[in-house]
Ligand binder design. Sequence first.
Ligand code: TXA
Ligand code: MG
Length: 347
Amino acid sequence: MYYNWTEKTNTEELKIVCNLIRNGELVIFPTETVYGIGANALDENAVGKIFIAKGRPSDNPLIVHLADRRKIEEIAQDITEVERKLIDAFMPGPFTIILKRKPIVPDIVTAGLDTVAVRIPENVIARGIITFSGVPIAAPSANVSGKPSGTNIKDIRKELEGKVSVIVDGGETQIGLESTVVKVIDEVPVILRPGKVTPEEIEKVTGIVKIDKNIFGRISQNDIVESPGMKYRHYAPETSCKLIYCQDDLDQVFYLKKFVKEYQGNVVVIGFKEHEEKLLLDSERFISVGKKDDLESFAKNIYSALRKADEIKPREILIEGVKKEGLGYAIMNRLIRTCEHNFFEKQ
Ligand code: TXA
Ligand code: MG
């Protein structure tokens, strides 16, 4: 089934969606970050269906979505002072916190870890579905495992149609990148996955913040990591991708042109509006993610741009990088994975 709630939530349909969740079915729904594939987090069988629909490795745990802060203690325990500060400052919002789990959370959700990832989305549709279902909802991003997350229904339908009971359309997601994931270790918040909530913002609340060393590093299957999701190929189309970042704009355009030539023009460039004319490519070979200084636009458009570029099947997708600060941290963390470290950088 497909429900269009882009204008407004339909209450009759909302009842149907919530019944489906309670009955152990899968529902694709929007959040402010990316779309999620949700199921009743307390129902092992239902959660099992998520792993099958996505082709997701079973050792990669899921985020449990709640309607409000009072529900956190139903699934987590021993919340510390620092954790409480973070919860109060950033939830609801594009923020996920790893907490000590309660036994009520099935192993399949946490991949057997003694922690559980908790998020309270701000998006009205997401909150409506969670509230009226009356159960916590386990939901990974709506995409086949390894692919970029789904940020609009057109992309999601191509990839997941027929694999879930209902798809709820809430329009394009606002942010376009997944939530910031934080775990407090020895009273210090450690960012396991950067997102819209930046290290700078977290530091303001807790006075200190760390960024996990694996965020920009290479990880192999046998490495021990704080977040299992770090190990897997991610955010990647079929086509090979190259990331290009030069601090100086003239250099950036120079190297973009150089790589375009190296691939005899058989490329798609995902880049800044200002560079479009300078590259002299056919219009379908340049996909703009917005103006150079507009990181929010970049975040919002990057996943659909990657899918669109992949459809053209060029030899290489060339992607313009950004400075690693603020939201740029999250963007570069995803793109370095997209490109599997095929990264040209000039400071
Ligand atoms: O914005 C988002 O977070 C979206 C929307 C739908 O809420 N969800 C999302 O879920 O991105 P997913 O499953 O694609 O990514 C969850 C990440 C994975 O990298 C996973 O390894 C990590 O969170 N994670 C989940 N539980 C964890 C835990 N207990 N400890 C450490 N990392 C955990
Ligand atoms: Mg994901």
